[in-house]
Design a protein around this ligand. Structure first.
Ligand code: MTE
Ligand code: MOS
Length: 752
């Protein structure tokens, strides 16, 4: 099955925001942003920029007709700063000009009087000063306090985990076009059409029905365009609304890396108590989440981390605390995994330390504590259809983990300056929108045209993950027609309203299920009509491979005849359907609920070699058993696993975000920020676990977008193990990412 867009993408014909043909009166824009990390804004001087030839105007906070507010969860984020700037790159003004080049030149003519305030970059310092969003989230299960004394081993430590640049290929972009009713049509590179619509309506002070948002596809999002696309779209909306001409804004890479949010960095304290046999008895963890300047999606991210703080393990007594700490860097936001990868690293680090203390191999400890059926989960539900042990055992057996460990040990005995390491990681990832269960909804509109071709609109955004291909297959399968008959339309607020972001890996689940409902609705009408024509009961009619069967006998009604005759008999060939995930709920007061419709399981084994004289390393392979239920599209799912693993390895190895003392990003381009490339990508071997079913996913499928990112954690621990083979005195807690520089220091620093 080919990705629906593959031909046009390979030819470079697939359109992104910057490719959409526009009228020649379209204007271009560029953003002026704060040069300092924190300060009071005293005066903004735009006169010189406004006089620059080719500049039409400069917009700032004072020009906003509605609210200067784009915050999604907490309303703490202005579109343009007007009183205080909170990070280097915090937007202050928009220059609109004949070309983007002129707009960028004019930005240099803007000056700003700012009275600087002392910035804060450390989340723990922010916490100490009570600079947090909301209040600390505390979750307790069992009674960890009284357990410590019963434990044979208690270990404690700290983990520092860095952020990550999304590095979607298409940078943040939008075009707004005035429409003849005083409204706007917005083309945005966003994961959520309705979010753009509602924020633009708030900023302009006009009703949502005056704003149409359209997305054909986006060049990657990875969470970075779930909330944050709204800012750039709203800026073009403001300019187009005021100037009555189309306005475009496409950030260049440097601007995007400087101004847009990243994955959350975390600083965590943990304490774990175990029996001498290695059973976890109690676990306490504190997540200091670095939320950056604004709240954005930090609280939902924090929450997902909390509900994933036990990862794939059963912990009877637990206390998790999370605080979303406000600091003076770009506002961190959603990123593939949504807080769960950070949480998993913490408990894996604790298990590593516990294995040293107890003298039990880490993989044995891992296996001993894996979740089993009906175990209690954080938030009071019992986990069901658990496959933790099945996937773990299958990975151990299939990839012969005992042999990998033995070979590693032998190699390390005979090699002085090169050491190998291996590690296994078990995955358990909850699918649904966590505590924001209202987001678990979608709708679909299906039209069948008189020639038998089919048009499908849903809320899903195609961002490279293949959701359009999956929905096309779902529709073709449900109607039993050739998939070439099915066209997936752009995601548009006039066709599909009140969309949730395509996020939480649930795009294909939610929108696929809505599409099935819409198709079944039309199928019901088709079958009723056919049964009347043929002379049988509607339940005796089947459509298979574009042919009508009555009482299991082939008839001379094919798809085309059925459709045209249904139309001629004045029966509707369109349907709109709504789907909401059943059973899930969350009660924030009692902290009880079923937050996830289901879980995705798996296990990954990584093997690495490090060069102990240089600190460089090679992640050879990541071997995976992954539970995707019944895959909707195997090639796409394999691609999702491989992409996620490499993206995760980048985050945990070479991708390091560094700021200067005054908060300027020093890794704001590819000269300083090292993405994984084809040379550093490991061989990723994926086998799908075949024994699972999932009644919440279309045709028994399971979500796949985010979970495989966590397999990269096995590579991180494999590197750590290799370092330990060289320098056993190194302690277990170190910082992610494990850049070669850090690995070098760990190899040779006996203090650490
Ligand atoms: N794959 C590609 N190629 N590009 C992306 O931007 N985003 C990831 C994942 N896979 C992404 C991707 C993230 S963060 C999510 S939540 C899911 O895709 C969203 O799509 P889905 O719900 O359809 O899986
Ligand atoms: Mo994905 S981080 O839920 O967009």
């Amino acid at each position: 099955m080919k990705h629906v867009d593959i031909d046009s993408m390979v030819r470079g014909e697939a359109q992104y925001i910057d490719d959409i043909p526009m009228p020649s009166n379209m204007l271009h824009s560029a953003v002026f942003s704060s040069p300092v990390a924190r300060g009071k804004l005293i005066k903004l001087n735009t006169e010189e920029a406004e006089k620059f030839p080719g500049v039409r105007t400069v917009f700032s906070a004072k020009d906003i007709p509605g609210e200067n507010q784009i915050g999604s969860v907490i309303h703490d984020e202005p579109l343009f700063c007007s009183e205080e700037t909170k990070h280097v790159g915090d937007p202050i003004a928009l220059v609109v000009a004949d070309t983007a080049e002129i707009a960028r030149k004019a930005i240099k003519l803007i000056t700003c009087e700012i009275s600087e305030l002392p910035p804060i970059f450390d989340p723990r310092e922010a916490y100490a000063k009570n600079l947090i969003s909301g209040s600390p989230e505390i979750y307790v299960m069992g009674d960890p306090e009284s357990m410590w004394k019963n434990c044979d081993a208690v270990i404690e430590g700290r983990v520092e985990i860095g952020g990550q640049e999304h590095f979607y290929f298409e940078t943040q972009s939008a075009i707004s076009v005035p429409t003849d009713n005083g409204g706007l049509k917005i083309f945005s590179s966003t994961q959520s059409t309705s979010h753009i619509q509602s924020i633009a309506s708030r900023v302009l002070g006009i009703p949502m029905n005056k704003i149409e948002v359209d997305v054909v596809r986006i060049g990657g999002g990875f969470g970075g365009k779930e909330a944050q696309a709204a800012r750039w779209a709203s800026m073009t909306a403001l300019a187009a609304f005021k100037l009555k001409v189309p306005v475009k804004l496409v950030l260049n890479r440097d601007e995007d890396m400087k101004m847009s949010g990243k994955r959350h960095a975390y600083s965590c304290d943990y304490k774990m108590g175990l029996s001498k046999e290695g059973k976890i008895l109690a676990y306490e963890v504190f997540h200091y989440q670095n939320s950056g300047a604004y709240s954005d999606l930090s609280l939902p991210v924090l929450h997902k981390g909390i509900t994933h703080s036990t990862s794939a393990y059963y912990v009877p007594n637990i206390k998790v605390t999370g605080a979303s700490c406000l600091t003076n860097t770009t506002s961190a936001t959603a990123f593939r995994g949504f807080g769960s990868p950070q949480a998993a690293i913490v408990i894996e680090t604790a298990l590593l330390k516990a294995s040293e203390k107890l003298g039990i191999q880490k993989h044995e400890l891992q296996k001993k504590n894996l979740l089993s059926e009906e175990d209690d989960m954080v938030y009071g539900s019992k986990i069901q259809n658990v496959l933790s042990l099945e996937c773990f055992d299958e990975a151990v057996k299939k990839y012969d983990f005992p042999k990998i460990l033995k070979d590693t040990e032998n190699w390390n005995k005979t090699h002085q300056t090169e050491k190998k390491g291996a590690a296994i990681f078990p995955l358990c990832f909850g699918v649904s929108f966590d505590a924001t269960t209202f987001m678990d909804q979608a709708s679909a509109t299906v039209h069948i045209y008189t020639d038998g071709s089919i048009s499908v609109s849903t809320a899903a955004i195609e961002m490279g993950q293949g959701v359009n291909t999956k929905i096309r297959e779902i529709v073709a399968k449900t109607l039993s027609v050739n998939s070439s008959r099915v066209k997936i339309e752009s995601t548009n607020t006039t066709r599909i309203a009140n969309t949730s972001a395509t996020a939480a890996s649930s795009g294909a689940d939610l929108n696929g299920n809505a599409a099935i409902l819409a198709c079944n609705n039309i199928l019901g009408r088709l079958k009723l009509f056919a049964s009347k024509q043929i002379g049988c009961k509607p339940e005796e009619i089947e459509i298979q491979n574009e042919t009508v069967y009555a009482k299991e006998e082939k008839t001379d009604w094919d798809w085309n005849r059925l459709i045209i005759m249904t139309y001629m008999n004045k029966i509707g060939l369109s349907a709109h359907a709504f789907y909401a995930t059943p059973e899930i709920f969350a009660d924030p007061k009692t902290k009880k609920g079923k937050l996830y419709a289901y879980y995705v399981f798996g296990a990954a084994i990584s093997e690495v070699t490090i060069d102990c004289l240089r600190g460089t390393y090679d992640v050879h392979s990541v071997k995976i058993i992954h539970d995707v239920g019944k895959s909707l599209a195997e090639k796409i799912d394999l691609g999702q696993v491989e992409g996620a693993v490499v993206q995760g390895i980048g985050w945990l190895t070479s991708e390091e975000i560094v700021h200067s003392k005054d908060g300027k990003i020093l890794t704001g381009n590819l000269g300083g920020y090292k993405l994984p490339d084809i040379y550093s990508a490991p061989e990723v071997i994926t086998e799908f676990y075949t024994g699972s079913e999932n009644r919440f996913g279309p045709f028994n499928s399971k979500a796949i977008g985010e979970p495989p990112l966590l397999y990269s954690i096995s590579a991180y621990f494999a590197i750590l193990n290799a370092i330990k083979a060289y320098n056993p005195e190194m302690s277990g807690t170190i910082d992610a990412p494990l850049t070669p520089e850090k690995v070098f220091l760990l190899l040779h620093d006996k203090q650490k």
